[in-house]
Write a protein that binds this ligand. Structure first.
Ligand SMILES: [Zn+2]
Length: 329
């Protein structure tokens, strides 16, 4: 049998199945959702259902020849378009290849389905090449684009698709899922869920990887700087990792938000970094103006990191840390 649909995707699933049963499923859809919600699985389940030869109770049978091909990852009418190895975009050649395949008749005399993800990694030429197919894909053809940056898609693409917006579930739903699937971490699971901004699969990744320890080390370092126990050069002095710096930026942005909330009288246990009360209390003394500039400079650092390839992460990190130290000197 197919996998179950994640609890937070149930309502979208029911809606899609209803549209399919009423034969009004759009032929081109954009699933706009943050990563870590398992949307690709939802899209895959829908594909299997549409391709299945003997669906039962709005579910693929899991046994017919079509389901067997699906499970083997070799269904000839299901096409996955994603960034190829050593490439950074979905190329126009890939899109042309897809269009050519979709113009042929279906191998299994049913649906022809294309999944494009992450769709915002189509470059301009790729997106343009896809426009006509999005408009008139042909009978029983379904194009599903997945992205966590829908605004990065050209307006011409967006206007030709139905946009299915999916957001993260409540903290309660995310926490239930994490505790059920990763039960040995009662102390840290709430921290992970808040770090993941309620994206359940992302929270599980955080718990499984060394991310929590790394975050603990980073915050301990910040604390050492704040009480003058450490000098800024004493750690991270050979730092040269752009992606890690983005993570540090996000952690610091979490602190900014917690600082603001705590100064406004919100209880510690409601904050994202509720386990970091020493740090957050130390930040109580900074002024609104300082906090505002801190926030602004972190966003600027993030913007630079995301938009430029020619940067020196160590310099940006130094700036970030000097800013931090200035609060406590
Ligand atoms: Zn089947």
């Amino acid at each position: 049998m197919p996998k179950v649909i994640y609890p937070w995707l149930q309502s979208q699933w029911r809606e899609l199945v209803k549209q399919h049963n009423q034969k009004r499923l759009p032929h081109a859809m954009i699933f706009a959702a943050p990563e870590g919600l398992g949307v690709l699985q939802l899209v895959a389940q829908l594909s299997q259902l549409l391709l299945c030869k003997k669906p039962q109770d709005n579910s693929a049978c899991g046994q017919c020849s079509s389901c067997e091909l699906f499970k083997a990852g070799s269904h000839p009418d299901l096409h996955n378009l994603t960034v190829e190895d050593k490439k950074t975009v979905i190329t126009v050649e890939q899109v042309r290849g897809l269009i050519s395949i979709l113009s042929e008749t279906a191998h299994q005399s049913g649906y022809r389905i294309a999944i494009v993800q992450p769709a915002h990694l189509m470059n301009k030429a790729s997106a343009n090449a896809l426009l006509k197919t999005l408009e008139e894909p042909g009978n029983d053809t379904l194009l599903m684009l997945i992205t966590d940056r829908v605004s990065a898609l050209p307006a011409t693409v967006r206007s030709r698709c139905l946009i299915v917006n999916i957001s993260a579930p409540s903290e309660e739903v995310a926490l239930d899922f994490v505790q059920e699937n990763y039960p040995d971490n009662t102390k840290t699971d709430l921290v992970a869920v808040r770090m993941a901004q309620n994206r359940p699969l992302h929270a599980v990744d955080i718990l499984k990887s060394g991310t929590l320890q790394e975050r603990q080390d980073f915050f301990a370092y910040l604390q050492g700087l704040s009480n003058k126990r450490l000098e800024p050069t004493s750690l991270y002095n050979r730092f040269n990792d752009k992606n890690k710096l983005l993570v540090f930026c996000d952690w610091m942005l979490g602190l900014v938000s917690d600082c603001e909330k705590h100064q406004a009288g919100i209880a510690m246990n409601k904050l994202q970094n509720s386990d970091q009360h020493v740090l957050i209390e130390a930040l109580d003394k900074i002024t609104i103006e300082q906090r505002f500039h801190w926030h602004k400079s972190l966003l600027e650092t993030k913007r630079v990191l995301l938009s430029s390839s020619n940067i020196n992460p160590k310099l940006l990190l130094d700036d970030m840390l000097l800013n931090w130290i200035a609060f406590f000197r």
